[in-house]
Design a protein around this ligand. Structure first.
Ligand code: INI
Length: 152
């Protein structure tokens, strides 16, 4: 028997955690996520948007919101773009493992919509440019995972 989540309109509230760092990119991801939720039957009044300073702050807030019991899923949005030092590696690594940990510890889908890019151009391409909008894709993934978890 194949079990998978579909993209039917889910009940419940969604939270989006969006970093302010690289806000030109993250705001475009946020627009994509809200658009995807709306197009799949989740209007803005069922979505809470929480802003945090940078991507590194996302995991703590994701875990707190996840454990509140208020949300069907949480979508995490940020953009980590390489600079001249190894700072990028620490922020990207901590954010990635922290978001994974938040999902496991809260027991709800916590979706990784954080871009990790070498250049600003790569980020633009993934935030509504020629590589699509990863914020939109993250929201669709959230819906599929909510529907999957309700089946198993
Ligand atoms: N935060 C980002 O979201 N993206 C980045 O590219 C970035 N860089 O390159 O430094 C970044 N740094 C800030 C970090 O997320 C924290 O806000 C900060 O370190 C305070 O904890």
């Amino acid at each position: 028997m194949l079990i998978e989540g579909d993209l039917s309109s889910p009940t419940g509230r969604f939270a989006i955690i969006a970093a302010r760092f690289n806000s030109i990119i993250v705001d475009a991801l946020l627009g994509g996520s809200l658009d995807a939720l709306k197009r799949h039957g989740v209007p803005d009044d069922r979505v809470d948007v929480v802003r945090v300073p940078g991507s590194f702050e996302i995991p703590l807030v994701a875990e707190r919101l996840g454990k509140s019991g208020k949300y069907a899923a949480i979508i995490c949005l940020g953009a980590v773009i390489k600079g001249d030092t190894d700072h990028y590696d620490h922020v990207a690594g901590g954010t990635t493992s922290g978001i994974a940990h938040a999902g496991l510890s809260a027991g709800i889908p916590v979706i990784f919509g954080v871009l990790t890019c070498d250049t600003l151009e790569q980020a633009i391409n993934r935030a509504g440019g020629k590589a699509g909008n990863k914020g939109y894709e993250a929201a669709v993934t959230a819906i599929e995972m909510v529907n999957l978890l309700r089946k198993i």
